[in-house]
Write a protein that binds this ligand. Structure first.
Ligand code: MN
Length: 197
């Protein structure tokens, strides 16, 4: 047996997403997100002022990447907007597209935005919610609240991530934007390039 064959316990801080014994962490700052937000003018204005502003970070337990293993960790999206659009993750489909994933919200308020063949779904996340992302659905997290959106994710270790399809389409079909009454709403994405009939 290796260390990976021994059961283990991990404790997560629900407010910050910090994870005991994480094997990896990465972060995306505003300056890393060129082309991700719909409002290019607002993006360039903010990026000129605060290119190092943290937008999201991910902590993970990635032990092995064999079929049958899982990768789990936390995703933390910090609150804010670029133009009217709420802070979000780049989003991806799995490289092995049929692999699924769950997101369990620990704190904050968010939307898990998913898309497959032009069909878009938005699932609201609040503490306790578990969203299931079936295989083949592109997915990204959006923070629609005033506090960090902290979720625990878990997906098959051989799934991988492919960021190109969302980039190629100019994002997803709809944007999650601030709404004075409801808090958030969906509007059409003017940059979206529809690839499916
Ligand atoms: Mn995923």
């Amino acid at each position: 047996m290796t260390a990976h064959d021994v059961p283990s316990l991990t404790v997560v801080d629900a407010g910050t997403g910090a994870l005991d014994g994480a094997t990896g962490r990465y972060e995306k700052r505003l300056g890393d997100l060129e082309g991700v937000y719909s409002d290019a003018v607002a993006y360039r204005r903010l990026a000129a002022q605060e290119p190092d502003r943290l937008h999201y970070h991910v902590h993970e337990h990635r032990r092995r990447e064999r079929p049958g293993d899982v990768i789990f960790g936390t995703s933390v999206v910090l609150p804010g907007t670029v133009g009217r659009e709420f802070h979000l993750t780049r989003g991806h489909v799995h490289r092995l597209a049929d692999r699924s994933e769950i997101y369990h919200c620990l704190s904050g308020r968010g939307v898990l935005l998913m898309e497959r063949d032009g069909d878009l779904r938005a699932i609201e996340l609040s503490p306790g919610a578990i969203a299931y992302v079936p295989g083949h659905w592109a997915h990204r997290s959006v923070n629609v609240g005033d506090d960090p959106l902290v979720t625990v994710f878990c997906y098959p270790a051989d799934a991988g991530q492919d960021y190109a399809p969302i980039e190629r389409r100019g994002g997803m079909a709809r944007l999650v934007v601030r709404d004075e009454d409801a808090g958030w709403t969906l509007v059409d994405n003017p940059r979206y390039v529809r690839e499916h009939a």
